[in-house]
Design a protein around this ligand. Structure first.
Ligand code: ADP
Length: 635
C-alpha cells in the first residue's frame, strides 16, 4: 500500500471540528480514552488467542506503555494488543462505528460551550486525542500479520488523514500525540501518573511508565527528576470487580461505570458481590441514572459484559439478565464457564441460568432499596428522589417484566408506581393505595387513557370522586398490557373502572342500590328505544350509578378489550377486534330526562353516544354527522 490521503466520514469531521475548537474544562479525559482503547485491544487479543495461541508471538505479557519526549513534545500510548491491519486503520479511525457515539454526535447542538461540556463528559474515544494534540500518528500491526504489513496513520484532525504501509516488527498499536503548546503540562510523569490512577486504576493489565530518579545538580545547575530507562507499573492493574469491596472507593466504582457505560452521569446505585455455591461468579451491576439513546432498540438487549476468570468474553451478553433489565450495566465474571463459550452455548448453560436468576434478584433488591429510601425518615432529599428518578427513566421497561418474569411478578408489582386521583405524579405504589382504601372497598380501581388529563376528567371517575375513592390513572402505553398480568395485588383484585357494570360492593348503601334499581325500572321504555336507535354502535345500553355530572359514558364488558387498547392497536396498524362498547346513561341527568317525549330522540341518542366517545379520547366514526346533529339542536 503506497501512501494515500483519505477523507474522514462527515460525522467524524464534524466531531473533530468541535473537539479542536472548543476549550475544555476537562482536557485530561483524552488519556482515559486512549488507555481504555489500548486495554480493549489487549482484551481482544486475549480472546482471539484462545483459539490461536500463536497470536501472542513472542510477547505473552499484555501491557500498555505511556511515555513522553519533552524535546519533541510528544506523548505516546503504546499497547501490544490485537493491533490494526491497514484496512482496519482506515475503517476504524476514519469513521464513527459505535451507534451510541453516532447518536451522541447527532445530539450536539453546535453551540460550542454546551457541546464541549458534553464531549468532555462523554468522551469520544480515539478522537479525544485531538483535544490536546494538533497531530496524531498511529503505528500499528495486527497480531498474526507479517512485519511488512504494518500501517502508519497520520492526521492533523482537519478533514483528512494519511495512511501508508510500514514495517513494524512488534505487534499492537502506538498512538503518538504531538501536543499543542497549551498542553505541554502533560509532559510530566507526576501529572500523567495522577490521571492514570484517577481513571485507569481498575484496568486489569499493567500500565507502565519510565521510572524517574533524582539527579544532583552539576556546576551551577540545580538538581531535578530525570527519566531512567527502567519501567514501572503505575496502576493497580487488577480488575476492579476482583478486588475486595472494602478497598474500593465510591469514586472508583463510579469511574469504572463511566468507562463501561460511556455514560457521563454517575449511576444511581451499584451492587458488587461474590456469589459462591454450586455456581461461582462475581457480579458488579449498576443502575444508570438516565436512559440511553437506544433504550428502545430491541436489537440491543443487554448491558452486561461477560468475563470468564478475568478474561473478557463478550459485550452485551443478553443471556445474563432478562430483556426487561436491559438498562442494567456491569460485569459478570464467572469461574465456571468455559473460555470458548459462545452466545448460543450461553443460552443453554445451567450455570448461566443460575447467574441470571441470581443477578435478576440482585437488581430487584437494588431497586427495592432505592424505593425504601423514598420513605425512610432521615434520608436525604436526594436519596428520597432516587427511585422516582429511576422510575421516570425506566419504569416502562420494568413493566415489561410483569409479562416476562413470572417468578418475580410479585416483587415487580410492588415496584410499580402510578399517578392517581390524589397524585399527579407517578408516585403511588399498589401498597400505598391499599393502605388508603376505604372501609368496605374490595378492589384497586384504575383507569387507562392516552393522557393524564383524559384520565383525570373521565366521566367514569365521577362516582368514585363523589365517594372519595382513589383511582389509579394509567397513561403509559404498556400499562394496559402489563395489567393483564397483574390480576390482583396482595389478595385484592385490580379492577378497571371502565370495564363491566360498576360494582362498588359494600361502598354503596342499600338506599342507593334501591334508587338505582327503581330508576332503571322507570327508564325501561326509553332504554329500549335507545338500544334500537344505537344498535349499530352500542353493544348494550344500561342505566348506571357511576355518573354524577355527565349524562353518559362508555364501558366495555368485563372480558372485552378496553377501548384504549383497541385504539392503540388500530393506530399501530394492527387488527383490533371490533369492540362494541356499552353505553351507560345517567338517568338523573337533564339531558337524559329530556329524551322521553323529545321529537329529536334519534339525534339526541347519537349525540349522547358520540360525546361519551369524545370524552374518553375517542373519535366518532362520522364526525361531520355529529357536528350537524349538535348544530341542529343549537339552532
Ligand atoms: P470505540 O469507542 O469503539 O473504542 P474509538 O473511536 O475510540 O471508538 O476507536 C475506534 C476503533 O478503533 C475501535 O473500536 C478499535 O477498533 C480501533 N482502535 C482504537 N484504538 C485502538 C488500539 N489501541 N488498538 C487497536 N484498535 C484500536
Amino acid at each position: 500500500m503506497s501512501k494515500q490521503t483519505l477523507s474522514f466520514q462527515a460525522e467524524v469531521a464534524q466531531l473533530l471540528h468541535l473537539v479542536t475548537h472548543s476549550l475544555y474544562s476537562n482536557k485530561e479525559i483524552f488519556l482515559r480514552e486512549l488507555v481504555s482503547n489500548a486495554s480493549d485491544a489487549c482484551d481482544k487479543l486475549r480472546f482471539e488467542a484462545l483459539n490461536n495461541n500463536a497470536l501472542y508471538e513472542d510477547a505473552p505479557n499484555l501491557e500498555v506503555r505511556v511515555s513522553f519526549d519533552r524535546e519533541a513534545k510528544t506523548l505516546t500510548i503504546a499497547d501490544n494488543g490485537i493491533g490494526l491491519s491497514q484496512q482496519e486503520a482506515i475503517d476504524n479511525l476514519g469513521t464513527i462505528a459505535k451507534s451510541g457515539t453516532r447518536e451522541f454526535v447527532s445530539k450536539l447542538s453546535g453551540e460550542e460551550k454546551a457541546d464541549a461540556q458534553l464531549i468532555g463528559q462523554f468522551g469520544v474515544g480515539f478522537y479525544s486525542g485531538f483535544i490536546v494534540a494538533d497531530k496524531i500518528a498511529v503505528e500499528s500491526r495486527r497480531a498474526g500479520l507479517p512485519a511488512g504489513q504494518g500501517v502508519r496513520w497520520v492526521s492533523t484532525g482537519a478533514g483528512d488523514f494519511e495512511v501508508e504501509a510500514i514495517d513494524r516488527p512488534q505487534r499492537g498499536t502506538s498512538v503518538t500525540l504531538h501536543l499543542r503548546d497549551d498542553a505541554a503540562d502533560y509532559l510530566s510523569t507526576w501529572k500523567l501518573k495522577g490521571i492514570i490512577s484517577k481513571y485507569s486504576d481498575h484496568i486489569s493489565l499493567p500500565i507502565l511508565m519510565h521510572k524517574e530518579e533524582w539527579k544532583e545538580g552539576e556546576d551551577d545547575k540545580g538538581g531535578g527528576m530525570v527519566l531512567t530507562d527502567d519501567w514501572e507499573t503505575v496502576n493497580q492493574a487488577s480488575a476492579l470487580w476482583s478486588r475486595n469491596k472494602k478497598d474500593i472507593t465510591p469514586e472508583q466504582y463510579q469511574e469504572f461505570y463511566k468507562q463501561i457505560s460511556h455514560d457521563h452521569e454517575a449511576p444511581l446505585a451499584w451492587s458488587h458481590n461474590r456469589v459462591e455455591g454450586s455456581t461461582e461468579y462475581t457480579q458488579l451491576l449498576y443502575i444508570p441514572a438516565h436512559a440511553p439513546f437506544d433504550l428502545w432498540n430491541r436489537d440491543k438487549v443487554a448491558g452486561v459484559k461477560l468475563y470468564v476468570k478475568r478474561v473478557f468474553i463478550m459485550d452485551e451478553a443478553e443471556a445474563l439478565l432478562p430483556v426487561y433489565l436491559r438498562f442494567v450495566k456491569g460485569v459478570i465474571d464467572s469461574a465456571d464457564l468455559p473460555l470458548n463459550v459462545s452466545r448460543e452455548l450461553l443460552q443453554e448453560s445451567r450455570d448461566v441460568r443460575a447467574i441470571r436468576e441470581g443477578s435478576t434478584k440482585r437488581v430487584l433488591s437494588m431497586l427495592e432499596d432505592l424505593a425504601r429510601a423514598e420513605k425512610e425518615e432521615g434520608a436525604s432529599d436526594e436519596d428520597k428522589g432516587q427511585y422516582a428518578k429511576f422510575y421516570a427513566e425506566f419504569g416502562s421497561v420494568l413493566k415489561e417484566g410483569l409479562g416476562e418474569d413470572f417468578a418475580n411478578r410479585e416483587r415487580l408489582a410492588k415496584l410499580l408506581r402510578f399517578a392517581s386521583t390524589t397524585s399527579d405524579t407517578a408516585t403511588v405504589s399498589l401498597a400505598d393505595y391499599k393502605a388508603r382504601m376505604k372501609e368496605g372497598q374490595e378492589a384497586i380501581y384504575y383507569i387507562t387513557a392516552d393522557t393524564l388529563a383524559a384520565a383525570k376528567n373521565s366521566p367514569q371517575l365521577e362516582v368514585f370522586r363523589k365517594k372519595g375513592i382513589e383511582v389509579l390513572l394509567m397513561t403509559d402505553r404498556v400499562d394496559e398490557w402489563a395489567l393483564n398480568h397483574v390480576q390482583e395485588f396482595d389478595g385484592t383484585p385490580l379492577q378497571s373502572v371502565a370495564k363491566g357494570a360498576v360494582d362498588l360492593g359494600k361502598l354503596q348503601d342499600k338506599a342507593e342500590k334501591k334508587a338505582t334499581e327503581e330508576a332503571a325500572e322507570a327508564f325501561k321504555p326509553v332504554l329500549a328505544r335507545l338500544k334500537e336507535a344505537l344498535k349499530d354502535k352500542a353493544g348494550d345500553v344500561r342505566v348506571t350509578s357511576r355518573l354524577v355530572d355527565s349524562p353518559a359514558c362508555l364501558v366495555v364488558s368485563d372480558d372485552g378489550m378496553s377501548m384504549q387498547l383497541a385504539r392503540m392497536l388500530k393506530q399501530a396498524g394492527q387488527k383490533a377486534p371490533e369492540v362494541k362498547p356499552v353505553l351507560e346513561v345517567n338517568a338523573e341527568h337533564p339531558l337524559v330526562k329530556k329524551l322521553e317525549g323529545s321529537v329529536h330522540f334519534n339525534d339526541l341518542a347519537h349525540i349522547l353516544f358520540d360525546q361519551a366517545l369524545l370524552a374518553e379520547g375517542g373519535m366518532p366514526d362520522d364526525p361531520a354527522s355529529y357536528v350537524r346533529r349538535v348544530n341542529a339542536l343549537l339552532a
